[in-house]
Design a protein around this ligand. Sequence first.
Ligand SMILES: [Cu+2]
Length: 148
Amino acid sequence: MNCIVMGATMIFVLLAISFVGIIPSESLAQTTNTTTAAGSANATSAGGGGETTVVMPLGSSSATGGQGYEPPTVTVSAGGTVIWDNQDNALHTATSGNPDTATPDGKFDTGLVGANQQSKPVTMPTEPADYVYFCTLHPFLVGTVTVQ
Ligand SMILES: [Cu+2]
């Protein structure tokens, strides 16, 4: 009788171990999907005058990947805020300044945004203008915030 109980326990333990092995990868995949869906929703609502979100897409750390800030240009009202949503697997920034010389001008800066992280809402200047920004780690990534 004890042997049967022991056997049944062993089977449960083995089943539990195999489930633990399976579940994390599934939850990771779900988390990634959820993040992507949320990012798309934010990008869509930006056009409607809500929160303005710019995505740093997966692959944008590659100079030849052709992935840049999405959308590359956003328009906000004076003093409005923008959130950068890093969906890439590398660190990025959105730093105002001259991308040709990779020189920040101090108008705004997300600081480093980790992979699959969002920046804090970054307050834009109040003076209407086109503000060019770039990634300090990948200066080939260039975007524009138009303040109107
Ligand atoms: Cu970058």
